[in-house]
Design a protein around this ligand. Sequence first.
Ligand code: GUN
Length: 298
Amino acid sequence: MTILDGKRIAADIRRELKEQISRRRASAGDKQTIGNRCPKLGIVIVGHNPASETYVTNKMKACAEVGIEAERIAFEDTITQEQLLAEVQRLNNDPSFDGFIVQLPLPAHISEQTITAAIDYRKDVDGLTPENVGRAAKGLPCIISATPRGIRELLSRYHISTDGKHVVVVGRSNIVGKPMASLLMQKHETGNATVTLCHSHTTNLKQVCLTADILIVAVGHPGLITADMVAEGATVIDVGITRIEDPNSPKGYRLAGDVDFDNVAPKCAYITPVPGGVGPMTIVSLLQNTLQAYGHTL
Ligand code: GUN
């Protein structure tokens, strides 16, 4: 059994990105091109969701490490949908931003669908706009949503092929499950999988999971996947990251994945830990997407 070390791979990729960005800026010399400035990312956060605050802090740190300028744009959760839409328009029109994200979840009075749909797809470095999702589904050039891109990269860096494999995705969110399934079924060397997507209304979840060569779980239900649901030799990717109160931990909580790691891991060929698996790969994908958006404005 091999643990897929997302933390280490993400650090490798950050080093590569840092070099790429500094080479690009150096080669721009004195010319008045975009290469003279850093790539710039806007990160919009609404309210004070503690998990979101942590993600945003980690994204800001990762940007600083590779040479991407990041601006945190924070609003109280009293902001109206119209005001937030106006901010999205401002960022769409401000040429100093190569890309921006609106951290999810948003407060209940704001529609995530309306806000994400308003983002200019060329600046949509989360890959969540209808344009990018549609392009991804059709196999057209696009910005791929961060978590699926990170998982694809992690598999590829460990030489785990999806070609001809049965991949079972559990969870149908717009942010992970749906784009992940869409990516894996593409006629491409990093796809070519037979994909089954399971969700809360799937009646025979255990039987379907047992047929998976690669099982990707993104539900947010700690311990959902138990050892009896995983075939010997499978690869298991755990996207779940739920905070569980734990007075014995210095932070007052610990992070739990969707997979019962201790009992599932001995059956697996490969498995991701939580934390340190998919999470750092998601952040590094955001950096790669930002660099992609920066390149497009050249
Ligand atoms: N909330 C949890 N993960 C993400 C992400 O990748 N992007 C955004 N915008 N919000 C999130």
